[in-house]
Design a protein around this ligand. Structure first.
Ligand code: 6R9
Length: 655
């Protein structure tokens, strides 16, 4: 007997079609076109990907074999020679795009820079030459610990250019987290800045690097420092070098190394819920193709677009959809150093207005925060240039989706809800904006070439509308290749967690989901977070969405707390809209609201009000910590990815 997986309890019925005008202009114009691509890819995935690789990318030498699949290890475009930095830069220089804006950058204090493809190419070559001069050779790892400034992208492209895999460590990470990652990757060089601007304060990056190197990471021999904030920092002679000094004598020409398609492009660490962070390894050819084509189709990239993804380059979203995907497509990508803050709550909309942004891509956590700040900020700006909106990072609650559509998209922008992971390299389940009718809260349908499914604990498909585990059945070019230094962990975590009876290897994403009668996927949250109430296994997404649909609620997180009778009972952590104050009457009302929306089964046993919720630095709610708090246990496990430690203190105090 297979065990119950996850029950699906909330049903969202609203449907939004792309407008005829939008579809007419789009690259992929209809569901018929989507289905054709999907079926073509399904019938012969290797031919499908090979044709795209041939048409979309430059290869120094063509591959001998499209796919070498020795489950769970895949090699794509075996024998092919390619360089992603070449595909992002050099190949555009022989076209009219040479003087097109490649990167538009807006700094938090209001300074800005625009680099054309030709200028970006020059700076990347200069940095590549400097890195070489500092002793970095093909295959050596380089740590990048940077604020959101053009040099972050330049550093990544420079490493890729000479074949030195980079590992970008988010600039908000502590010295400790930085040290661990540099050690695991055995980085030879660190590229950093004196500091970066974040919410009107300086983040002292170089100081953190100094601390990290004092504590460990002996493989690092050199530190390259970009001047950004100009505060005083220590420069250790022989080890630390100013970028602006070395740049002066560096040549603006540096031929791109001919990389093997399967040479490692980067390592990106993702925090597992427990234990040591995993170094997710991506390689060159497959990743280049996958980030390129998913970006092009799901955001309908056109040459006239000003495309803005608000992620940090320290996350996979920044890698695939600020740097590699857009530049490989010859698009104009915008990078913003700042974030909405008390002194400038409308800053995002200022940037949209200033540059005429056409595509805007952000996370549900940001959308909920913007909702809480009120409509007056977006309403006071001209957002009419926008034509597509995107979301990523967590399931988006239907209420937040509707707000995004109405207030930011002014009812005319398709919303592209992209489900994917660090491990997948690019979008896996996503609407194509000119084709796919959207439903608030659903990432809709798999990208062509992706065979996604929902299965039970035995790995067998579940029926429509029953919850289960989200899996992928066939390898795809953007998939991670291994966990750095730990192939067994890769096998165990992702490919052997669920084994169907026929012995197939399926990729397990760690998410719960269900599929509806139209085949649409609804991600219900991480399976580690599932709550078991009286034998019913509930995903977090649906209960949270029910809470967020109440007008007083801005954000909600639910967790389970052991209960003698029910197994677990639901504890909800709730932040309120604007100035709304909590009281007993509201608590009762919210509990009843969940009962009305979902049923008595999901009634929270307790509601705790707070000003904020603990989140990872990429904005995901850390329910693991809330679970400990709810059951009165000490917080254990890794908290290095927590955005704001004071949140935990406050929640404890309020408990
Ligand atoms: C890109 C990124 C991956 C996890 C993933 C899932 C959640 C991301 C989502 C989504 C529902 C979406 N997630 N996008 N859940 N709908 N559109 O976020 O990568 O940081 O590795 O996180 O994020 O739980 O498994 P990563």
């Amino acid at each position: 007997m297979s065990q119950p997986t996850i029950e699906s309890i909330l049903h969202e019925k609203r449907l939004f079609n792309p407008s005829e005008d939008f579809s007419k202009q789009a690259r992929i114009k209809s569901m018929e076109e989507y289905r054709e691509l999907y079926e073509k890819a399904k019938a012969n995935p290797e031919a499908f990907w090979a044709e795209l690789a041939e048409n979309e990318l430059h290869w120094f030498k063509k591959w001998d074999q499209v796919l070498d699949w020795q489950p769970p290890f895949a090699k794509w475009f075996v024998g092919g020679k390619i360089n992603i930095s070449y595909n992002c830069l050099d190949r555009h220089l022989t076209t009219w795009r040479k003087n097109k804006a490649a990167l538009i950058w807006e700094g938090e204090p209001g300074d800005s820079r625009t680099l054309t493809y030709s200028q970006l190419h020059r700076e990347v070559c200069q940095m590549a030459n400097v890195i070489k001069q500092l002793g970095v050779k093909k295959g050596d790892r380089v740590g990048i610990y940077m604020p959101m400034i053009p040099e972050a992208a330049i550093a990544m492209l420079a490493c890729a250019r000479i074949g030195a895999p980079h590992t970008v460590i988010f600039g908000g990470f502590s010295a400790e987290a930085l040290k661990d990652r540099l050690e695991d990757a055995e980085a030879k060089l660190v590229i950093t800045a004196d500091g970066g601007w974040r919410k009107d304060a300086i983040v002292p990056l170089k100081e953190q690097v100094d601390k990290a190197l004092q504590a460990g990471a002996p493989s690092v021999d050199n530190v390259l420092v970009v001047q950004r904030t100009e505060q005083k920092i220590q420069m250790e002679p022989g080890r630390d070098h100013w970028w602006h000094d070395l740049q002066q004598n560096a040549s603006g020409q540096c031929p791109a190394e001919e990389m093997d398609s399967e040479d490692m492009l980067f390592i990106l660490y993702t925090s597992g819920t427990t234990g040591k962070p995993k170094g997710v390894v991506h390689t060159t050819g497959g990743y280049n193709l996958y980030s390129h084509i998913t970006n092009q189709w799901a955001f309908d990239l056109q040459d006239t677009d000003v495309y803005w993804c608000t992620a940090d380059v320290g996350w996979i979203t920044g890698h695939s959809y600020i740097v590699y995907g857009p530049l490989s497509n010859g698009a104009t990508t915008l990078m913003y150093e700042g974030a909405p803050r008390a002194s400038n709550p409308g800053c995002l909309w200022d940037v949209v207005e200033k540059y005429g942004v056409t595509i805007f891509y952000t996370a549900p956590t940001a959308i909920r925060a913007l909702m809480k700040m009120g409509e007056r900020h977006p309403n006071a700006r001209d957002l009419s240039s926008l034509r597509i909106l995107g979301t990523v990072g967590e399931p988006i609650n239907p209420e937040a989706w509707i707000w995004y559509n109405r207030v930011i998209g002014q009812g005319k922008c398709p919303i592209v809800d992209t489900w994917w992971q660090t491990e997948t390299g690019g979008f896996m389940i996503t609407p194509l904006p000119g084709a796919t009718p959207t439903k608030p809260g659903s990432a809709t349908l798999p990208f062509p070439g992706i065979i996604a499914d929902v299965v039970d604990t035995e790995g067998e498909p579940v029926t429509n509308n029953s919850g289960g585990y989200l899996v992928v059945r066939h390898p795809w070019p953007g998939m991670m290749r291994t966990v750095y230094g730990d192939p067994e962990r890769f096998r165990r975590t992702y490919w052997e967690y669920l084994r169907p009876k026929n012995g197939d290897y399926v990729y397990f994403a760690g998410d719960g989901a269900h599929r509806d009668e139209d085949g649409y996927f609804w991600v219900m949250g991480r399976v580690d977070d599932v709550i078991n109430v009286s034998g019913h296994r509930l995903g977090t997404m649906e209960v949270e969405s029910a809470l967020v649909s109440h007008p007083a609620v801005a954000e909600a997180a639910v967790v389970g707390r052991p209960d003698e009778v029910k197994g677990e009972e639901i504890v909800a952590f709730v932040t309120l809209e604007g100035d709304r104050q909590p009281d007993e009457a509201l608590e009762k009302e919210l509990k009843q609201h969940v009962v009305n929306e979902i049923g008595a089964l999901a009634r929270p046993g307790e509601i705790r009000f707070s000003d904020d919720l603990p989140k990872t630095r990429s904005g995901k709610i850390m329910r693991r910590l809330l679970r400990s708090l709810a059951s009165g246990q000490e917080i254990s496990g890794d908290t290095s990815t927590l955005q704001d430690r004071t949140v935990l203190e406050k929640l404890r105090g309020g408990a």
